[in-house]
Design a protein around this ligand. Sequence first.
Ligand code: NAP
Length: 247
Amino acid sequence: MKLKDKTAVITGSSRGIGRAIAEVFASEGAQLVITGTSIKSAQKTASEIVAKYNCKAVAVALDVSKLGSCEALVKASLDNFSKIDILVNNAGITKDSLVFKIKESEWDEVIAVNLKGVFNCIKAVSKPMFRQRHGRILNITSVVGQIGNVGQINYSASKGGIIAITKTCAKEFASRNILVNAIAPGFIHTSMTDKFTEEQERVMASVIPLKRFGETFDVAKAALFLVCDDSSYITGHILSVNGGMYM
Ligand code: NAP
């Protein structure tokens, strides 16, 4: 088991990619802190994962855009498990619009959740991880943060910012044996992408070398690699999980 008795805090793990990461970590022996914006959705997912993998898990309601909420998440994790070995910053939202149409509130909200949310969680976890003198932080960015996308000025800016945060924290935390990496997924089947019609998906997939969207477990298996001992000499890396869409 690659994560036996490791404590993993995964933001936005009530569904989608975060849930798949939680499941893969549970299957490798981790104890989990599952979060959603409501305690109900987090609790439902946590109990399903506990039943399936016979692991320990607690559920916490979280709004990553609020530093106080992220500090409460870290406190709840330490109260339950005494340590945090792994933080996955996965929570994210989209509010797509063309630049000339986008509302200030749509810019602010996406930056607050996607970018400031990563800062908030890293800031909150940094003290306990520094004291432990070990830790893994994994940020979920996006191919859109690397190549941009029409209609996603807010989202692509937030995801580009996460790449910069990843590299800065990798440098700043290395002396404490805390490794900081990111995954940049391409298009992955979740509720975030189910707004596309079949025809839109077919056209989008046609320009991906592997000719298909990815699945949540494609990302989750890469996440496992970046938080387990197999990657102990890798930090500041942005791992593409995008079917070859951007190389
Ligand atoms: P998803 O299915 O929409 O799930 C989003 C998760 O984030 C949910 O658990 C949601 O909680 C949580 N969340 C939303 N707002 C939050 C907030 N303010 N504070 C805390 N948690 C919040 O999304 P996904 O597709 O799995 O995406 C996961 C991550 O991968 C995101 O960062 C996304 O940008 C990135 N990504 C996705 C794709 C893709 O194609 N799907 C591609 C590249 C990158 P509730 O369940 O309570 O709403």
